[in-house]
Design a protein. Structure first.
Length: 316
């Protein structure tokens, strides 16, 4: 406890210095700095035996501990192979982990650092239409798969020490990967809480599966807080000709949120007028001036959507 108090006192002192010199941030205030971690890590890459965790296969799934992922203090990760949903690995906590405080925080997320087999990370993408679009790092939507059944969804089941349980699936490709290929895949605790009846939320067991049949890796499991708002950037205005195959590259600032990109091209002609994804292409059939709208939406509906627009002038 003494070390925790010393760390917190140091952070308060740093906060005072930042305020004294006028450094503030709309995205992260001092309270966020002090409460960024709402609970200890459930898994940090350390050997399972050392962490008092035992692993068992769930259904026809399998798994093992592997070393050297380079992104956490423990230095290891779990390699899990599912055979579809409800098959994977169960982590059994010898000492149930009490995360009651986190379950009572509306902005708390259960976060998995995940890498899937065959996932490629692109720092810059270009197209062959001459537009030279550059995008933020993102995972390809259809990774290569050795089994023919790639992992696109993560499935998590939580069992409390009182017998209550909850299950949630989340699309892996709604998140932005880091340069090492691991990405923070998150589930709001408020979503899990809806199906859990308990006075104390003590996790006894956690089952991790995917909807595919390839191996995937989990390097860290912890709880983080994110009270930020969604922000969207649709890009610069464009002047084009009719029938040009025009790329649109947007950016949704989402932090831990699983975000969905939706585009409206403003044509109002009854034809295909919407697309989904960070980078999309569209052809305008008629000359005129159009307002293109990018909407960044929280898949779980917790945060308010953010919209951004650009203007497209279409010449004959």
């Amino acid at each position: 406890m003494k070390s925790i108090r010393v760390i917190k006192a140091g952070m308060l002192a740093l906060a005072g210095v930042l305020l004294a010199v006028g450094i503030t941030s709309a995205d992260q205030n001092i309270e966020d700095l002090l409460n960024a971690k709402a609970a200890p890590a459930l898994y940090d890459g350390s050997p399972l035996a050392q962490a008092h965790i035992t692993a068992s296969f769930w259904g026809s799934g399998s798994g093992k501990e592997v070393k050297a992922n380079g992104i956490n203090a423990g230095g290891g990760s779990l390699e899990i192979t599912s055979n579809g949903l409800y098959t994977g690995v169960a982590l059994n906590f010898e000492n149930p982990i009490d995360i009651t405080e986190s379950f009572n925080q509306a902005d708390a997320y259960l976060v998995f650092n995940v890498r899937v087999a065959g996932m490629q990370v692109t720092q810059q993408t270009s197209d062959n239409s001459g537009w030279g679009i550059t995008t933020a790092p993102q995972a390809v939507s259809t990774p290569t798969s050795s089994s023919g059944h790639p992992d696109t969804k993560l499935q998590v089941m939580i069992f409390l020490d009182n017998g209550a349980s909850a299950e949630q699936q989340v699309d892996i490709y709604g998140f932005t990967p880091n340069s090492d290929g691991f990405m923070p895949v998150s589930i709001p605790l408020s979503v899990l809480k809806k199906n859990l009846v308990a006075d104390k939320y003590k996790i006894k067991k956690m089952v991790i599966c995917s909807n595919g049949a390839d191996a995937f890796w989990v390097a860290k499991i912890d709880i983080e807080r994110d009270s930020s708002t969604l922000e969207g950037t649709a890009g610069d205005d464009k002047e084009i000709a009719r029938w040009d195959n025009v790329p649109f590259s947007g950016k949704c600032k989402a932090q831990l949120t699983n975000v969905k990109y939706t585009w409206d091209f403003g044509e109002q002609n009854g034809l295909r007028n919407a697309a989904e994804g960070p980078v999309v292409y569209h052809q305008f059939r008629q000359a005129g001036t159009y307002t293109v709208t990018l909407t960044c939406s929280d898949v779980f509906g917790i945060k308010q959507p953010a919209k951004s627009t650009l203007t497209v002038k279409v010449n004959q």
